[in-house]
Design a protein around this ligand. Structure first.
Ligand code: HH2
Length: 289
């Protein structure tokens, strides 16, 4: 059967993350927020049953990876104690691993103790919006043979929108990610398992976000897989006037710069619409070349 641009899904027992890359279209990472306060869906999937039900919807919608988080990082969000964050994410990860042995699961955390429990429960990947600022995170990921997403953020969620001025935002973000990626490789994580992310909306204004999206080829030039999280973010609201749950069309448009790039992961709330958009956009590009 011809599976178009989606390539072959990794089989259990294979190195599942490496098996993503023969694909010619971006990989879809779907967001599952087990939080009361996330900016676009806070509180909707806090209950265990509601969380699992939504996870099944995301998987059925075509998610290649599920990214499960128990702490909001929206501007001004309050930190969550590790025990509470663990309680929100670990049982869900364990249950999804039991139901879907071949599923790729990411844990969205910057706390090594939460990451360790999540990896133990079956996660494959740690998504750290602080680029592994807490000591021990890189060593943990290396020891467990997992992968890591290193994201650029200015300051912390509490302070990040206070100053969004940059000289050359693409160069500054690229240099930071290059530095953190070198540290990850030095800690023993193989380069293909070190993914980088410009942190759309994390200490950037509308212009900065647009420049970073347009500058994705420069970030891809670092030689690591690139993650892009533009879904429903406030710059799309600023440009269109749409509320968070009305930003799907803008979120898809924000992914145009990913078309034609290799080893790109798009972090989204709407995997089905995103997969359809990517499939058509990639086929169109191919037809035009
Ligand atoms: N964005 C959010 C959270 N985690 N991780 C990466 N790597 N890249 C991102 O752009 C990114 C991220 C914010 O989105 P969301 O999870 O929906 O909201 P909240 O942080 O309020 O839970």
């Amino acid at each position: 059967m011809n599976d178009g641009h989606r390539g072959t899904l990794p089989q259990p027992g294979e190195d599942r993350l490496d098996a993503l890359w023969p694909r010619r279209m971006p990989v879809v990472m779907a967001v599952l927020n087990r939080t009361p306060d996330s900016f676009s869906d806070g509180g909707r999937y806090l209950d265990d049953a509601a969380g699992l039900e939504h996870a099944e919807r995301l998987i059925a919608g075509g998610a290649d990876i599920l990214d499960i988080g128990g702490e909001s990082t929206r501007p001004g969000a309050e930190p969550v104690p590790a025990a509470e964050e663990r309680r929100r994410v670990v049982p869900t990860i364990a249950e999804l691993r039991r139901r879907h042995p071949g599923l790729l699961i990411s844990v969205d955390t910057s706390k090594p103790e939460v990451a360790e429990a999540a990896l133990e429960a079956g996660a494959n990947l740690v998504n750290d919006v602080t680029a592994a600022a807490t000591s021990g995170m890189l060593e943990l990921v290396a020891r467990r043979g997992a992968a890591i997403v290193l994201m650029h953020m200015r300051g912390s969620p509490a302070t990040m929108q206070a100053d969004t001025r940059y000289g050359d935002v693409v160069a500054e973000v690229r240099d930071f990610l290059a530095l953190r990626a070198r540290a990850a490789v030095a800690a023993g994580i193989p380069a293909p398992s070190v993914w980088v992310d410009p942190g759309i909306g994390f200490g950037k204004d509308v212009d900065g976000n647009l420049r970073l999206l347009a500058g994705l080829p420069q970030l891809a030039g670092l030689g690591h897989p690139v993650v892009v999280g533009a879904s429903r973010k406030s710059f799309i609201g600023r440009l269109t006037g749409a509320p968070a749950d009305g930003r799907l069309a803008g979120s898809l448009a924000a992914l145009i710069p990913t078309i034609g790039l290799e080893r790109v992961v798009v972090r989204v709330h709407d995997p089905e619409a995103t997969s359809h958009f990517l499939e058509v956009a990639c086929q169109l590009r191919e037809a035009a070349s």
